[in-house]
Write a protein that binds this ligand. Sequence first.
Ligand code: NI
Length: 398
Amino acid sequence: MGHLNDIGNAILDVVRAEEAGLIAVRRDLHAHPELSFQEVRTAGVVAAELARLGIACRTGVGGTGVIADIQGGRPGITLAIRGDMDALPIEERTGLPFASQNNGVMHACGHDVHTSTLLGVAAILKRLAPEMSGTVRLLFQPAEEVLGGARAMIAEGALDGVDMALGYHNHPDIPVGSFGAVQGATYAACDRFRLVVRGVSGHAAYPQTTVDPIVAAAHLITGLQTIVSREVGAIDSCVVTIGAIHAGTVHNIIPDSCELLGTVRTLTDSIRERAEQAVFRFCAGLETSFRTPCDLDWNPGVPPTLNAPHVLETSVAAIRRQLGDVFVAGEPSMGAEDFSLIASAVPSFVLRIGSGTPGRSDQLHNSGYQPDEACIALGATALARAALELMARYSNPR
Ligand code: NI
């Protein structure tokens, strides 16, 4: 790699030239959001932008994913950088001129920004490719919101030959211009479950002639909370949430069954296993206590997302050289990321890119969410610099 100042200036030159175009792409994607595994138009925009940059790509990977390799001028490792592309089933209420034109679908998690950011990385690294050691593999991933896209792309070879990976997410809790890097587990494991408490229906006035699944479910819901308070240590982290409950029709009928939908979030494999076993135990005990057999359908999601110390440290140092002292303290999030499947396969780091506007209290998955668009150029700059230094360093181990 050339002189560090030269690299920094070259990155800035590309970003200055591309920023307006990247924002235009982001606004176009924002106006045309697509749900998980339906990112057909989005993938088309990505392929067209890559073609404009002179970068060949493979489309239809893992459904609607796009993969593009940029070869460096020198041999070295292969570094994957992943950006997700899907939107959410939310009715947009931002009132923006480029608001969603698809009713009930919105880029409320900023994956439009992520897609545009990765195109910015592509532009920078294509320009600097002669200076680069190794190969960068850009992964434009579908279906992160349903935790399905990473698995689908990996199954179709997205990580074949990959040595290391970078991920990123916009963070409205971090002011734009600042970044976050969390040691160890940065995002949680996510498992989901559906359970049906089975009773015997009858007249509400004669509960003794019925087996009431609603009373049993009420005990179960409060009992499950004791997994966190009584079975997991206070220093460890675990969330058990019942997000939906469905039972009954009217006031004078005890129904036959009660359905519950829930999720468990944990930061380590051992707490994850322990929580799962406890949910099964509570369900099994319900029949003994309340005469209500319980069908539990456990849907394993994704493991915790772990940052590899050496990838994190090299990336943070590189970004500081490019942008200055831009990192703010952060803590693990109990939200989940299917990038965790990539981070489980190769040493990885997820960069948190500040997208918050001072004076606003935006939240991801909110119908009014507006990331500060300056985060696109800043994110692309940071990721490209981190990638260049990771590849220089680990292609030529010292
Ligand atoms: Ni997201």
